[in-house]
Design a protein around this ligand. Structure first.
Ligand code: NAD
Length: 361
């Protein structure tokens, strides 16, 4: 298979971690007989330095022309970087928001996996962390409270603010389809999270999700109220496979789920549109405090690249080979500084990339 991938190395540690992810992807491509064609483009701070704007038309065109986009991360230190003395629409993050919009990305995927080898980093009680967990949060990204009409005004001398939470059935259906499709590639269980005891939008959400579920008789569907879900994530995270939810609930729950893994350098993410196209990036930022030091953990980006193979190219076997390489490398005791513990072997970013590539068997 020939895969066209646009790479956005970005800022800070971005170029270092993307380099390692490419190394691992190339090894997987060699092993399984695929051809990967990479094209690097600028975005964020790097684009501001080169072109004066965080996103150019050329970058958008290159992203659209590819089968998928692999990104490092963008941005700098807000206190010291000159990028943050520019007006908000010219800052690095504005480029990412505009790119996501022009690619029509509406489904955000955030896996939260607790590796046995890193269970010590998990802040939960030992009997809970010992059970491990492996879930993915599928969050609607373009509707709901963050995009509804809003206003702030005065009424009888009292300040008042209104935000509106709107979803139509088509928006709910397309994200539900993504959630069920993803469950089919995993343990075939969807937990749809809402607040149907209070909100009309949640009652519509629940009924549309049930309609979609009829097309997936092999996938188990359960509903959970968002307050209960927030509790269950720390009480019994092992119960979850796919959590399907709307924008704001997903924003909060995906941060909660990732924090219970305890390892920021391990968290992958993806944003998809209604084709197979996706933008794949680690959940963490550009870590300007450690940029250029060859100590960043590339695993989140490598796991994002594995997601790209699975969700944009349906190369599940190749994705699994990368995920296995991560587990194997960890089980042999190799650690970057952020996940280092006593008795383990500390390696830098580049060496970790080499090890991951070598462990693709
Ligand atoms: P951050 O995630 O970059 O860093 C937080 C802490 O985690 C730092 O101590 C950093 O060294 C560490 N860290 C992060 N990733 C790591 C890795 N792979 N290996 C080892 N350690 C790692 O968050 P921040 O400092 O709040 O943000 C820095 C910049 O990143 C800001 O400009 C912010 O806007 C941007 N940012 C970008 C994205 C994105 O591109 N999608 C996401 C979040 C933040």
């Amino acid at each position: 298979m020939e895969l066209h991938i646009t790479c956005i190395p970005g800022d800070g540690i971005g170029p270092e971690i993307v380099k390692e992810a490419r190394k691992v992807l190339e090894r997987a491509a060699d092993k399984y007989g695929h051809k990967m064609i990479f094209k690097d483009v600028l975005m964020g701070g790097a684009s501001i330095d080169a072109h004066g704007v965080p996103l150019t038309k050329e970058t958008v065109a290159e992203a659209k022309a590819a089968d998928a986009v692999l990104m490092g991360s963008i941005g700098g230190d807000a206190a010291t970087s000159p990028w943050y003395r520019l007006s908000p629409e010219l800052r690095p993050e504005a480029g990412l928001l505009a790119l996501r919009k022009s690619l029509k990305l509406f489904a955000n995927l955030r896996p939260a996996v607790l590796y046995d080898e890193l269970a010590d980093a998990c802040p939960l009680r030992e009997e809970i962390s010992r059970a491990g967990f492996d879930m993915i949060i599928v969050r609607e990204l373009t509707g709901g409270l963050y995009f509804g009409e809003r206003k702030t005004f005065q009424e009888n001398g009292v300040r008042k603010a209104i935000d509106t939470l709107t979803y139509d059935e088509n928006e709910i259906r397309r994200i539900a389809v993504k959630g069920f499709d993803i469950a089919r590639k995993r343990r075939k269980k969807v937990t749809s999270v809402d607040k149907a005891n209070v909100l009309d939008s949640s009652r519509l959400w629940r009924s549309v999700v049930e309609e979609v579920a009829k097309g997936y008789p092999d996938v188990t569907l359960e509903h959970m109220l968002v307050d209960n879900c927030a509790m269950q994530l720390v009480k019994n995270p092992a119960q979850f496979d796919v959590i399907l939810t709307e924008n704001m609930f997903g924003d909060i729950l995906s941060d909660e789920a990732s924090m219970v893994t305890g390892s920021i350098g391990m968290l992958a993410s993806a944003s998809l549109n209604d084709t197979k196209f996706g933008l794949y990036e680690p959940s963490h930022g550009s870590a300007p405090d450690i940029a250029g030091m060859d100590i960043a953990n590339p695993i989140a980006t490598v796991l994002s690249a594995a997601m790209m193979l699975r969700y944009s190219f349906d190369l599940d076997r190749e994705a699994q080979a990368i995920e296995k390489a991560v587990k194997l490398t960890l089980s042999e005791g190799y650690r970057t500084a952020d996940i280092m513990s006593e008795g383990m072997t500390k390696v830098g970013c580049s060496r970790m990339g080499d090890l991951l590539a070598e462990h693709i068997v």
